[in-house]
Design a protein around this ligand. Structure first.
Ligand code: GDP
Length: 195
């Protein structure tokens, strides 16, 4: 698949603002700073489609990007930022739950984890939540340029074990800096739910 066009559609706060045209959706979620904006920009070949290093406090926004006028990339708010208040955390939970509940267009969730670190309690919770809601999950370990080949192997094992991934769950590594394997990754993430 080739990504030809990508347009920002809306930062939704309420369900009523979600697009209603029924196009399939692939959602991206992960800890703040995991590299979510960077990977969305790399995959779409845009510099600023998703804002890199957004300051926290945007925990209520669900951003929709229309790709090739045929499906959406949905950018869910990041979690696990140390400095957010309890209220902010609750607001994040409500936002995610509102989006994940009965979203028929949602075909897959891409869970991002940092390849340098063991997945956190929040990452495990997010994975379990995705499974609980019954969505298909693909895990992407970000910032792979930061590890040697040997350490990537180790990281793969740690991520699989910590999140308790099933044999069917896909795990890919990616670097938004060198973008190696970008085209294949696009196929893995989008091809099958969209076509
Ligand atoms: P977000 O908060 O999850 O949207 O994360 P960002 O995309 O804003 O990235 C957070 C930080 O990690 C920024 O300083 C990025 O430049 C850096 N970053 C993102 N992706 C990569 C990557 O693949 N490799 C490296 N080395 N740094 C990255």
């Amino acid at each position: 698949m080739k990504i030809n066009t990508s347009e920002f559609i809306i930062s939704a706060v309420k369900r009523a603002q979600y697009p209603m045209d029924g196009f399939p959706e692939v959602a991206f979620v992960g800890r703040s700073n995991v590299g979510k904006s960077s990977i969305i920009n790399s995959l779409t070949n845009r510099k600023m489609l998703a804002r890199v290093s957004q300051t926290p406090g945007k925990t209520r926004l669900v951003n929709f990007f229309l790709i090739n006028k045929e499906f959406y990339i949905v950018d869910l708010p990041g979690y696990g930022y140390a400095k957010v208040s309890k209220k902010e955390k609750e607001s994040w939970g409500k936002t995610i739950e509102m989006y994940l509940t009965g979203r028929q267009q949602l075909k897959r969730i891409v869970l991002l984890v940092d390849c340098r670190h063991k997945p956190t309690g929040d990452d495990i919770m997010m994975y379990e939540w995705i499974k609980h809601f019954g969505y298909d999950v693909v895990v992407i370990a970000t910032k792979s340029d930061k590890l040697s080949r040997m350490n990537l192997k180790k990281s793969e094992k740690v991520i699989r074990e910590t999140l308790k991934l099933t044999k069917q769950d896909k795990l890919y590594f990616f670097s938004s800096l060198n973008k190696v394997g970008r085209d294949e990754l696009i196929d893995h993430i989008f091809e099958e739910p969209v076509h």
